[in-house]
Design a protein around this ligand. Structure first.
Ligand SMILES: [Zn+2]
Length: 345
């Protein structure tokens, strides 16, 4: 931001360049619109929201008159332009940016941030010209291959909306110049992804999280293939386990790929007291021994009934799953389909 010449100063009363003037540092004399002006650099630099992308600001395209540009920007709703005007200043144009750069190169002024700054001269609906106060490069909104912005390294520059980059994670990415310069874009998106994962629990994609998700699917998602044997059969999940963190705290990490979440009592739902990590072999044994069935006044495990009645335990399980009553499932011998059919008729 540059101080606006508020009052008239006699040329004879102007200090040397680089000396204090009107609360800032006198940069240089210059001519604008038929009037000679004193350019003053205020002690503070501004930063803030520039404006919206994709909107061309009419009247903010002057290469020389930063004050006119700043007023046009303020009218279009630019927060930083309003701020500058409130402080009796304006955002330098291309010309004024170069004058500042010359004063800096001459050692007359110091800038708080020795790097690129936006100028008030709008270059397109998406970008403004910049002044690189570090390299002193001409005020062109241009990227050089090899320039880095966060994790992004520029590989090719086509236009303000098409800056080809490679992210340090290896992903090719096309960035928007303004977003990259403002720091809004610093990666292909991988930083945000990492942050999100970290904020929640850092376990997304882990085996434990996968087991938690499948538990929730089979109990809660009516479209899940195994929902009928779980949620559909009244197997629920305790309320605390809506929260993955709680689930993890109660169960610990899943010990390995061959381990799944097992309920000790198959008739009860998923809760800390009824669950453990078990291998599939353990679970299969568990299911057949723990399923207690009362038939003809006697209560036995499913595998015991199978043995006693001479029916495969898998057959009994399948029948129960299909909705047969216990009497039907255990009382039917021989060809299940024909017995069932004749009974239905
Ligand atoms: Zn990345």
């Amino acid at each position: 931001m540059t101080k606006q010449a508020q009052q008239t100063v006699l040329a004879a009363e102007l200090p040397e360049r680089g000396q204090p003037l009107a609360g800032g540092v006198f940069v240089t004399r210059y001519w604008l619109n038929g009037v000679e002006r004193a350019l003053v650099l205020p002690p503070d630099e501004l930063s803030g929201p520039w404006g919206e992308y994709g909107i061309e600001i009419k009247g903010a395209g002057s290469y020389s008159d930063g004050e006119a540009n700043t007023r046009a920007m303020a009218e279009a709703g630019s927060v930083i332009a309003v701020k500058a005007l409130e402080l009796d200043g304006f955002i330098p144009s291309c010309l004024e940016g170069q004058l500042l750069m010359a004063a800096k190169a001459d050692g007359l002024v110091e800038l708080r941030e020795d790097r690129w700054h936006h100028l008030s001269t709008q270059r397109s609906a998406n970008n403004a010209y910049i002044q690189n106060f570090h390299r002193g490069s001409a005020p062109m909104a241009k990227f050089e291959p090899g320039e880095t912005f966060g994790r992004l390294t520029v590989t090719r520059w086509d236009s303000a909306s098409s800056v080809q980059c490679i992210c340090s994670c290896g992903t090719a990415f096309v960035g928007v110049a303004g977003n990259m310069r403002s720091g809004a874009t610093q990666s292909c998106g991988c930083i945000r992804k990492e942050k999100n994962n970290h904020v929640t629990h850092g376990h997304t994609g882990s085996l434990t999280h996968k087991r938690w998700r499948s538990m929730r699917a089979r109990c809660l998602n009516k479209n899940a293939s195994n929902y009928p044997q779980y949620g559909g059969s009244g197997i629920g999940i305790c309320a605390e386990w809506d929260d993955f963190e709680r689930f993890l705290a109660d169960m610990g990490e899943c010990p390995g790929e061959c381990f799944t979440l097992d309920r000790e009592d198959g008739n009860k739902g998923y809760s800390p007291g009824n669950c453990r990590w078990a291998t599939r072999v353990q679970q299969a044994r568990n299911q057949s021994t723990n399923k207690l069935i009362t038939f003809r006044g006697e209560t036995l495990g499913l595998s015991e009934w199978a043995e006693k009645l001479g029916i495969k335990s898998q057959t009994i399980q399948n029948r129960l799953r299909k909705g047969w009553t216990v009497d039907e499932a255990l009382g039917t011998t021989g060809d299940a389909r024909s017995s069932r059919k004749s009974r239905a008729e």
